[in-house]
Write a protein that binds this ligand. Structure first.
Ligand code: BTN
Length: 260
């Protein structure tokens, strides 16, 4: 069943953006929107092209994890051609756009867990995956993938029931996916147009991170680090004050709070 007439035209109709979402390719089922968006980018599709699907059978997340993506959720990828200096900001832009759109449509107050997990009540509601194709100092393309749990009942899926939530779980009612997507694309563009400066994007992202100041455990590659999440820099890296007092910069990893 495809509820609420989910289609490309339901997203693009009257969308007030300059280029993001002007071209939307909708597929009822896909392995991953990342792959189709990459193909589109390889063909030189217009910047802001969105690949969206009802259901992914091979959705992927950060750190080579699978991303559960049944019908009823949002799974989309946006094709971009940024300058290389803009790359660190894409994750900040996507996180802030997701937070703003969920808040505007539902009234819920999501939080960002470094680097780009969106949580509600401490559980993950949205994940972001960015894949860049870079040659030397030139970006061929960037694909920004965003997955939002909308209609999913997290308790139905053993593998995520302890750590994930959905808008339906939080609201105890349904939400129109198209409203969130339209809002998300609009907010994404608003932030993206603030590049190349990026200063205000960085500040808003930093100030939205609920991780800062907390005692955390960071899994980064084979390393497990414990300490206080002290700050972030403009590249998006996290500075951790380890228990022995030294500082450690973490570029990528998974953070959990030590005290829940
Ligand atoms: C994560 O938190 O690990 C990132 C999850 C990203 C999921 C989205 S859903 C749309 C796009 N297609 C994918 O296969 N992954 C991203």
């Amino acid at each position: 069943m495809v509820p609420e007439g989910y289609s490309a035209s339901s997203i693009t109709r009257g969308l007030q953006t300059a280029f993001i979402g002007h071209k939307v390719n909708y597929y009822p089922h896909l392995t991953s929107t990342m792959d189709i968006a990459r193909e589109e980018a390889g063909r030189g599709t217009a910047e802001g092209t969105v690949v969206i699907t009802g259901e992914q059978t091979g959705g992927r997340g950060r750190q080579r994890r699978a991303w559960l993506s049944p019908e009823g959720n949002i799974a989309l990828s946006i094709v971009l051609y940024p300058e290389i200096a803009g790359l660190p900001y894409l994750v900040m832009i996507a996180s802030l756009a997701a937070v703003r759109s969920i808040e505007a449509v539902t009234g819920l107050k999501p939080q960002i867990k470094w680097p780009n997990d969106i949580l509600i009540s401490g559980k993950k509601v949205c994940g972001i995956l960015i894949e860049n194709e870079v040659k030397g100092s030139r970006v061929d393309y960037s694909i920004v993938g965003i997955g939002i749990n909308v209609d999913l009942k997290a308790s139905d899926f053993a593998e995520i029931s302890a750590t994930a939530t959905s808008l339906k779980d939080e609201l105890d009612g349904s939400v129109q996916r198209t409203n969130i997507i339209r809002n998300l694309l609009t907010e994404f563009e608003r932030l993206y147009l603030e590049l190349p400066a990026g200063e205000s994007i960085f500040k808003e992202w930093r100030d939205s991170l609920y991780t800062l100041g907390k005692e955390v455990v960071v899994n980064s590659g084979d390393d497990v680090l414990e300490g206080i999440a002290e700050s972030v820099d403009k590249s998006g890296a996290l500075t951790l004050r380890l228990n022995n007092g030294s500082l450690n910069t973490v570029v990528a990893g998974d953070v959990t709070l030590r005290h829940g």
